[in-house]
Design a protein around this ligand. Structure first.
Ligand SMILES: Cc1cc2nc3c(=O)[nH]c(=O)nc-3n(C[C@H](O)[C@H](O)[C@H](O)COP(=O)(O)O)c2cc1C
Length: 195
C-alpha cells in the first residue's frame, strides 16, 4: 500500500491531527507525517505536551515515517515517490494561501504541491473563523484544483456529547475522504427517526 501523508499546520485542532494519524496507524496504513513550526506551537498550546512526545509514540509503529519541515530532500518532496495522497489537518489559512498560489517553501507545502501536480488526492481540513474573502478565494482555488475542502464542523444533529464525539466525527469524515473507510460508522450517520 502506498503511504498517506498527513501534514499538520498551525491552525487550531491539533487533536484532529492526532486522531487522524492514530486511526491510520490503527488500520496499519503506511503514514508519513510532516508538521510545520506553527503546527508544533499550536500542538504545545492545545495538547499541553510537545509534538515530539506524540512523535515518539507514533514512531513505535512500523508503518510510521516522519520528516522534518525543512527537509526538502525527503522522498515525499518528489513526484517520482509514489504516495496515495495527502491530508492537511488542521490546515491554517497561511498554508491554504501558499498552496493556492503554488508556494512550496517548506516540505509540507512542497508535498501538497506535488500532490496537485501529480493529480493525487489532497484533502484540506481548514480552520479559521470568521473567514475573509481572501481565505474563501484561496479555498475555492483549492477546491477547483480538485482538493477536498473539509472544514472540521460538528454535525449537531448527531447530538455530540463533547469534544471526543466531535473529533471522532471529523476524523471519520477525513478517513472516508481518503478512501480508507467506505462509510461513517453507523452511530455517526444521520438516520431518520422511525415514525
Ligand atoms: C494557539 C494558536 C492558534 C491558532 N489558530 C489558527 C487557526 O485556527 N487558523 C489559522 O489559520 N491560523 C491559526 N493560528 C496562526 C497560525 O499558526 C500562523 O498563521 C502560522 O504562521 C501558520 O503557519 P503554518 O501554515 O506554516 O503552520 C494560530 C496560532 C496559534 C499560536
Amino acid at each position: 500500500m502506498k503511504p498517506w501523508i498527513v501534514g499538520i499546520t498551525g491552525a487550531s485542532g491539533s487533536v484532529l491531527a492526532q486522531g487522524t494519524v492514530d486511526e491510520l496507524l490503527r488500520r496499519d496504513v503506511p503514514t508519513v507525517v510532516v508538521c510545520s513550526n506553527g503546527g508544533r506551537l499550536v500542538w504545545q498550546e492545545e495538547m499541553g505536551v510537545s509534538f515530539n512526545s506524540a512523535l515518539a509514540q507514533w514512531q513505535e509503529h512500523p508503518q510510521f515515517t516522519f520528516y522534518a519541515i525543512n527537509d526538502l530532500r525527503a522522498p515525499i518532496a518528489s513526484g517520482t515517490y509514489p504516495t496515495s495522497g495527502m491530508v492537511v489537518v488542521p490546515c491554517s489559512m497561511n498554508s491554504v494561501a501558499s498552496m493556492a498560489h503554488g508556494l512550496a517553501g517548506n516540505l509540507l507545502l512542497r508535498t501538497a504541491d506535488v500532490c496537485m501536480k501529480e493529480r493525487r488526492p489532497l484533502v484540506l481540513v481548514p480552520r479559521e473563523t470568521p473567514l475573509h474573502s481572501i481565505h474563501l478565494e484561496n479555498m475555492l482555488t483549492m477546491a477547483r484544483m480538485g482538493a477536498v475542502v473539509l472544514p472540521p464542523e460538528p454535525a449537531f444533529y448527531l447530538k455530540p456529547q463533547g469534544i471526543d464525539d466531535i473529533v471522532r466525527f471529523v476524523v471519520s469524515r477525513v478517513l472516508v475522504a481518503l478512501g480508507v473507510e467506505d462509510e461513517l460508522p453507523l452511530d455517526l450517520q444521520y438516520r431518520e427517526k422511525p415514525e
